[in-house]
Ligand binder design. Sequence first.
Ligand code: BDR
Ligand code: CA
Length: 315
Amino acid sequence: MTRTPVILDVDTGIDDAYAILFAARHPDLNLLGVTCVDGNTNVDQVVTNTLLVLDAAGVGDVPVARGAVRPLLGKSHYAEYVHGADGMGDLGLPPSARKVDGRSAVELIRDLIENSATPVTLIPLAPLTNIALFLRAFPETAKKLKGITLMGGSASAGNATPAAEFNIWHDPEAAAIVFQSGVPITMYGLDVFMRPGITSGEAERLKKSSDPSGVFAGSLIAAFIERIGSPVTIGDAGAVIAVVAPELITYKKFDVVVDTSSGPARGQTICDRRPPLELDIEPLRLADSANVDVALDLDVEAIRQLWLSTVDSNW
Ligand code: BDR
Ligand code: CA
């Protein structure tokens, strides 16, 4: 079986680290490259964190590129209150000897898509600044994508604000460009994001593994549990699992539009959940909306076990 080619776009980020570990180690995925963006912390720290996570995953040469240093229009709002001052739980992890790729994030995304024999799935786990810039810079290359499966948004409540999820809220203009791009979009958002959780007992078991990847994952989870309590979600890793095991997730198609106003709903992904009566009346349809597969439910236990057994070969 050919492995599914994927590119991750990250703001590493504790749960981005869970996602990178999974993507780098799952046998059905071919992790072509990782691009970094301003989000949970500044982009240089994101690059530093991403390189050391690839070390922990025990993978060979996966190119990592630096991307946008701030959102398209607004200011950066770092999530240090969740991810720590270094974006990785302040564990004092040693820097990697890996080198960052000389290309920018958008150039690396272009080259990896153009050079892939099979259509690539793009997996953004962060504010969508890099992806919007890529779509604007290389629209012909974007047409070759299989699709975009992103962590972001919500069909219900937000987390950064009552209405908006962090990744979308951090750069709503970029998100609007992505959602209006015409590329098939799957949204793994807050309706499911928190549900697959790892307990402190499981983190301690990972820490005792003879697999360095398992030990690394366990240490990160334990640090996160100290910060916010147990259990902790596998977070962004769920969006990668959505690509490799879509049967574990239940989706519904909605017209989705991103709120780019300056009001209290800025960054909301408005999902048109009205009954068919209104949806069939053309003038009542949302303008500029995209028809998106929105994750609404998942098989929590299967997803938890898939993540644990992938990041730790002894699980
Ligand atoms: C998203 O925000 C970030 O803090 C996490 O890494 C995740 O991508 C959740 O809202
Ligand atoms: Ca993230």
